[in-house]
Design a protein around this ligand. Structure first.
Ligand SMILES: Nc1nc2c(ncn2[C@@H]2O[C@H](COP(=O)(O)OP(=O)(O)OP(=O)(O)O)[C@@H](O)[C@H]2O)c(=O)[nH]1
Ligand SMILES: [Mg+2]
Length: 237
């Protein structure tokens, strides 16, 4: 059986003979080019920031294992290219994603104006129950602000998104934003698991499990996605 199953707690998984992983949560980071997607991810996964970061080509992921409510969760976070010419969006990128970080740059109004399009893309390609966190990045550039916080709060409320302003540069709110997203996913997954235990689930063929209408395919794990997409080295500096 595939050992990395998005959000499926069939049994506690032993990794490297030491770490026990309860859940693997796939999260995608999306948004316009140069808003800071790669640097936010780098800050969360490695506590690093690169001033001379190169624009991402293709897709890559980084992981970080955290404990939330006593559960050991491996966050597998996928970064992608924001540049239009590199963005051949395939449903494989969104497949199995339980959460999304939708990033704009608080100093670039256009990147915020495009957020609605990114939400549409998520609604079209991702699972209905995906948890979305809107992120206004580069909050350290106070004097260059072009997007008032209230505009983003209003949009987020309207669309049912969580919201935070971050700085990948000084680390402000990056940790808390990811933790909030992972906590929300954990809450949703635990609820589904409870419903499953209570006998509301249907077993499908080929190891797939239907949990109250939302299907988690335990075959299509990250390995499949890696083989379908170009995985590049983790450092773009
Ligand atoms: N001041 C400041 N600069 C940032 C911050 N985050 C990223 N940057 C800078 O913004 C530029 C773009 O950052 P990236 O992380 O490469 O942007 P991206 O969204 O991954 O861009 P693509 O890969 O092209 O989609 C880089 O020069 C970063 O150093 C931040 O929080 N504050
Ligand atoms: Mg990038």
């Amino acid at each position: 059986m595939n050992q990395e199953m998005n959000g499926v707690d069939v049994e506690r998984i032993q990794e490297n003979g030491h770490e026990k992983i309860d859940y693997v949560f796939k999260v995608v980071v999306i948004g316009d080019s140069a808003v800071g997607k790669t640097q936010i991810l780098s800050r969360f996964a490695k506590n690093e920031f690169c001033f001379d970061s190169k624009s991402t080509i293709g897709v890559e992921f980084q992981t970080r294992t955290v404990t939330i409510n006593g559960k050991v969760i491996k966050a597998q976070i996928w970064d992608t290219a924001g540049q239009e010419r590199y963005r051949a969006v395939t449903s494989a990128y969104y497949r199995g994603a339980l959460g999304a970080m939708l990033v704009y740059d608080i100093t670039k109004r256009q990147s915020f104006d495009h957020v609605a399009r990114w939400v549409e893309e998520l609604r079209a390609h991702a699972d209905n129950s995906i948890v979305i966190m809107l992120i206004g990045n580069k909050a350290d550039l106070v004097d260059l602000r072009a997007v008032p916080t209230e505009d983003a709060v209003e949009f987020a409320e309207d669309q049912g998104l969580f919201f935070s302003e971050t700085s990948a540069l000084n680390g402000e709110n990056v940790e808390s934003a990811f933790f909030q997203l992972l906590e929300e996913i954990n809450r949703a997954v635990s609820k589904k698991a409870l419903e499953f235990t209570n006998g509301n689930a249907n077993h499908g063929d080929h190891g797939s499990v239907s949990l109250k209408g939302s299907k988690i395919d335990v075959i299509s794990g990250p390995e499949l996605e890696i083989s379908e997409m170009k995985k590049l080295s983790s450092c773009s500096c």
